[in-house]
Design a binder for this molecule. Sequence first.
Ligand SMILES: CC(C)(COP(=O)(O)OP(=O)(O)OC[C@H]1O[C@@H](n2cnc3c(N)ncnc32)[C@H](O)[C@@H]1OP(=O)(O)O)[C@@H](O)C(=O)NCCC(=O)NCCS
Length: 248
Amino acid sequence: MPLPQALVPELAGRCKAFGPGGLAFCFVDLDALAGLIEDHGEDIVRRTLSESEAERYFGFRHEKRRREFLGGRLAAKQASRDLLGSTLEFGRMTIEAGATGRPSLALPPPRPEPDPEISITHSGGLAGAMASHRGPCGIDVQAVVDSVDRVREKFLQGREARLLAEALPGEEERSRLTILWAAKEAIRKTFSSTGIIGFLEQELVAVGPGAAGGQTLEIVMPNRGLAPVRVRAFLHGQSAVAFCHHPA
Ligand SMILES: CC(C)(COP(=O)(O)OP(=O)(O)OC[C@H]1O[C@@H](n2cnc3c(N)ncnc32)[C@H](O)[C@@H]1OP(=O)(O)O)[C@@H](O)C(=O)NCCC(=O)NCCS
């Protein structure tokens, strides 16, 4: 099956070089995936999704949502296989969505102990996912758009803009803001099993250089009783990519 044609291995490699061990990543080019669906029809869908996932897929009316759903699940299954060193067929893996939409991986027996945690994102022409043996995780891709400036007060506070400007003086402001937005979304996903954490409950306190040309953002949540979280983030073309895992 030509699915590898839709993967973006250099982006997964960049995340892997940046993150600690025990994490795996996969990204899917959604335009390439659309081309494969056009060429190979439902075969691609049936081979990538389990029966229950295919039912959800065909229930979506819009092609865009179908592509995002398929791309996200393909990415999460490939990342999980990489983490586990497994060759399990995609159709035998199911990604279930909890009541809030939080994804979890269901594998047939013998199940690994513990099951990997996963996180999924899609934005613009990309879907991406991570799988973690380091506890709950979150990944987010955000396309850099001008309108981020109009909603800045929803997620930006205090000295955050100054910290970002000092750390990333060569970047446009909209790119810096998008990095912070993606970082806070990654944290929301990581901790969502105990309720979604507001953007303004999270405060950026430090930005430092990271591997592979990225930044490490240290974010605290003073009212949540959580240890500071280190979010890895970088710009890739016209998108910001951010990921983190539970620090415990
Ligand atoms: C979950 C959330 C962080 C997603 O972020 P986003 O930047 O808008 O969208 P992304 O494309 O990056 O991510 C979408 C993926 O996030 C995942 N996701 C959805 N809800 C999630 C949650 N509660 N926790 C973690 N991940 C979640 C899904 O896998 C989804 O993809 P899929 O539907 O194709 O499987 C954001 O929408 C949010 O805060 N939602 C609120 C959820 C909530 O409070 N629900 C309660 C009422 S049911």
